[in-house]
Design a protein around this ligand. Structure first.
Ligand SMILES: Nc1nc2c(ncn2[C@@H]2O[C@H](COP(=O)(O)OP(=O)(O)OP(=O)(O)O)[C@@H](O)[C@H]2O)c(=O)[nH]1
Ligand SMILES: [Mg+2]
Length: 394
């Protein structure tokens, strides 16, 4: 048995060295992170060390074979082996993701009661001990209510959910069945997310971003612009209606420059029509608005005038996931003058509970859309994943 240590900047590099030296038959005895010696080590990333062994017989045969082969062929072979291993790992990962998604899709298309029935049959085929092993000691409804409360769901929403779950679950006493129904009920309440619906009559789609100060309007607009211009090859223009602060216009102009998107700045609500008209050859016009305090009546009146004059195709109301329930109720009251809008939640990365999403969705009945998960433009934005939110709420 030959035992050797190999180091690399990561596990892949160290494994490549093991394979090159000992071959595919090598056994990994241990892996650990180590630091380089001396001062340098304190400031650099740790290395990965692998302790590997190979049977002497195999080692001898390999040595003999090696002398017959040129060194670089050997190196290439090891690289190919490693790549093959990685590809097969990726294949099995993709397969399991595909199977999971397919199962969820199949669940999604079934009606509540049908799904409940199918959950019943699925669970019936499970060994009895399996169901018992996941069944908590407490009543499933107490558990559900506790989870909803922990996620800061409004009491009124909890009542509605529990009523619906009871209705769909009938007289079932099975924990698994009730939880399946509960998840489906929360998913139904969240509804399907809707993203920007581009017009198909050759005219640009005008989208307005509204929301409290600092919620992330400008950053989110830049993320969406990047997606549509870089990935979907759409022609985009920005309009900044945020003239309260010079810095705000500059912020948008910086994104516009990076993305090579034209910007115009308007100073009164009446100018918006003209600005939209200038961009009639574009696919998408994104309008950034000033973060106005909803407690400032004058500023808010101007915002209402802007909304009325713009006649935008879509309006996104941005809300930070970190806002308290009472502040959120107050914000929604002020924006209740909006008729049609979609809900866009920001700063999801800063919270631990997604309750606000369900609360606001219930209170407004408006569709969910995107969710932002960090400060990075353009990466930190996603379409709301209703399944994962429902799962995490329960
Ligand atoms: N952690 C986190 N920070 C975010 C997110 N989105 C935006 N921010 C940060 O929030 C701050 C305000 O973002 P802006 O885009 O300027 O917000 P705004 O709504 O345009 O602000 P006003 O124009 O002043 O009303 C910036 O520091 C952003 O980087 C997010 O999803 N997560
Ligand atoms: Mg802004």
């Amino acid at each position: 048995m030959r035992i050797r240590r190999y180091t690399g900047k990561d596990i892949q590099e160290a494994m490549l060295k093991v394979k090159m030296d000992l071959g595919g038959e090598a056994v990994i005895l241990n892996t650990r992170k180590i630091r380089r010696k001396g001062l340098k080590g304190l400031f650099s990333k740790p290395l990965t060390e692998i302790l590997a062994a190979v049977d002497d017989d195999i080692g001898q045969k390999r040595k003999a074979a090696e002398t017959e082969k040129p060194k670089n062929v050997n190196y290439e072979k090891a690289r190919i082996d490693l790549l093959e291993t990685r590809i097969s790992q990726m294949e099995s990962m993709l397969k399991s993701i595909y199977n999971n998604t397919r199962n969820k899709e199949e669940q999604k298309v079934t009606e509540p009661l049908e799904e409940f029935e199918s959950a019943k049959t699925e669970n019936a085929s499970l060994p009895l001990s399996n169901e018992n092993s996941v069944k908590p000691a407490e009543n499933p409804f107490s558990f559900i209510v506790k989870r909803l409360e922990e996620n800061e769901i409004e009491p009124e929403v909890i009542d509605v959910l529990v009523q619906n779950i009871k209705q769909y679950a009938g007289n079932s006493e099975s924990y698994n069945e009730i939880m399946t129904v509960a998840e489906k009920t929360v998913r139904d309440m969240l509804g399907q997310p809707q993203t920007i619906n581009l017009r198909d009559d050759g005219k640009p789609t005008v989208v307005l971003f509204l929301g409290p100060t600092g919620v992330g309007k400008t950053t989110t607009l830049a993320k969406i612009a990047a997606e549509y211009s870089l990935n979907q090859n759409k022609k985009i223009a920005f309009i900044s209606a945020d003239t309260y602060r010079i810095a705000a216009v500059e912020q948008l102009k910086t994104y516009a420059e990076i993305l090579n998107i034209p910007v115009s700045v308007i100073y009164t609500p009446q100018e918006i029509k003209e600005a939209i008209d200038c961009y009639r050859d574009m696919d998408l016009i994104l309008v950034d608005t000033a973060g106005r305090s909803h407690n400032d009546e004058l500023q808010f009146a101007e915002l209402k005038a802007l909304v009325n004059t713009a006649e935008a195709d879509e309006i996104y109301l941005l809300l930070s996931c970190g806002v308290s329930r009472s502040a959120c109720r107050d914000i929604l009251k002020h924006y209740s003058f909006l008729k049609d809008f979609k809900l866009l939640f920001t700063k999801f990365d800063e919270v631990h509970v997604p309750g606000i999403i369900l609360n606001v969705r219930y209170a407004t009945g408006k569709p969910l859309s995107y969710i932002t998960v960090g400060q990075s433009v353009p990466d930190d934005i996603e379409v709301v994943n209703v399944d994962s939110i429902a799962r995490s709420i329960l």
